[in-house]
Write a protein that binds this ligand. Structure first.
Ligand SMILES: [Zn+2]
Ligand SMILES: [Zn+2]
Length: 411
């Protein structure tokens, strides 16, 4: 049963600082020498992002088992990746970490920058919509499942595939127009086949598997670390509570995952990047050749000529399905000075300016966020070019003034 908890299983332990130091040095050596590092993560890594884990003393299931109500959680939308998530992202970018297997649905791995092809989210991702027909996927910024579903228990296409739940999100696939589904795996549903197969495959290939923040009590996901042990790989478990695989671990660390990651990265002399919330935006223009055929009868010279002009629209757009209004206060378009007025400021979407004219000139876009931050972008507008756009990043918070390389001897 999912929501019964043996209270002995939730007791938390912490290594003494001196023991922890020794263990981290050993872990750093293992990471330095490894060939195929795989990390397996559970709810414990997201606790510092204000998302409750399931089995800790304040975990959702523990409180339920004790007849208490779990505290209202921070919406996943507001949660930002922890130092542990950012550590994994950095190790991935340096090609040290080869694969992540996660039981978490909070989407923080993908949000931190873990690439889609480098992760198996075994229980799904709250932000990910999938098309069951053509496999198109859309990662959104808002939880896909916010409203109660009116078709629950009655949706035939869903019931064909899952026991009793309708996964329709009420969106349509942009590719094939069939209903989109959320990707969350409910109790009683099979884990996603491909994600599970890749998890096992990487589990077998791993020479080191580090378990971070999981009590390894949810089957069959917890079989993945056993694959590693079975193939002679080394298992490292970082978790405050005991796990059924403790006896098979080459290294067992009782400490918070953020602390372990911070100490590990210091030992490896790799700085942990800071996560800065952001959105992807597209800046571009569309163009249309229009005929200005309304010549007056008196204009005899041009009456027989076909006249055409160029109508273009320069725009700033978010990714489909994202709402930029909570962040953007105003967008100003600075056009060529021959336009009157040459600066057009828009306070709500659509952020686009349509003009008729020709030329190739730079449009400067100034985005003012509600928090006072200002970002600037440039778009070279070629009046004659059909829909061209560039993908840009709109940072929603100030980043660190400069990256300080911690743990290095350089000044
Ligand atoms: Zn459905
Ligand atoms: Zn589709």
């Amino acid at each position: 049963m999912a929501n019964t908890v043996d209270l002995d299983e939730i007791e938390e332990f912490e290594d003494k600082p001196a023991d922890l130091e020794v263990k981290i040095k050993k872990l750093a050596n293992m990471v330095r020498d490894c060939k195929h590092l795989v990390v397996f993560t559970g709810a414990g890594i997201s606790t510092s992002a204000s998302i409750p884990d399931y089995r800790g003393p304040n975990g959702v299931w523990t409180l339920k088992a004790q007849g208490k109500k779990p505290k209202a959680r921070t919406s996943f939308d507001d949660a930002i990746p922890t130092p542990c998530h950012m550590t994994l992202k950095e190790l991935q970018d340096r090609n040290i970490l080869k694969y992540v297997v996660s039981q978490n649905v909070d989407g923080l791995h993908r949000r931190s920058g873990i690439r889609k092809e480098c992760i198996s989210e075994l229980h799904g991702n709250c932000y990910l919509e999938v098309c069951w027909s053509c496999s198109y996927e859309q990662l959104r910024h808002k939880e896909v499942r916010m409203k109660p579903n009116p078709f629950n228990g009655r949706c035939k296409p869903c019931l064909k595939r899952v026991p009793h739940f309708c996964h329709c999100t009420l969106d349509k696939c942009v590719k094939c127009k069939t209903p989109m589904r959320d990707s969350i795996i409910h109790f009683g549903e099979n884990l996603p086949e491909k994600a599970l197969a890749l998890a096992y495959e990487n589990g077998r290939e791993a020479d080191i598997m580090i378990v971070l923040g999981s009590s390894l009590r949810v089957s069959p996901a917890n079989d993945v670390p056993e694959e590693t042990v079975g193939k002679g790989g080394k298992l490292v478990i970082v978790n405050l509570q005991k796990t059924p695989l403790d006896g098979s671990a080459a290294l067992r660390i009782f400490a918070r995952t953020d602390l372990v990651c911070q100490m590990l990265m210091k030992e490896l002399a790799i700085p942990i990047p800071q996560f800065i919330p952001h959105r992807i935006i597209y800046i571009g223009n569309t163009h249309e050749e229009i005929s200005t055929g309304k010549q007056s009868a008196v204009d005899s010279e041009s009456a027989t000529e076909k006249k055409s002009s160029h109508k273009w629209t320069v725009y700033l757009r978010g990714e489909p399905g994202t709402d930029l209004t909570p962040f953007i206060g105003a967008v100003s378009f600075h056009l060529h000075t021959t336009f009157k007025p040459d600066v057009i400021t828009l306070y709500k979407p659509p952020y686009e300016v349509t003009k008729v004219g020709w030329g190739i000139f730079n449009v400067n876009l100034v985005v003012e966020l509600n928090n006072g931050m200002i970002s600037e972008y440039n778009h070279m507008l070629d009046f004659n070019q059909e829909n061209v756009s560039t993908k840009e990043t709109l940072f929603l918070q100030q980043g660190p003034p400069e990256m300080i390389e911690e743990g290095t001897d350089q000044l």
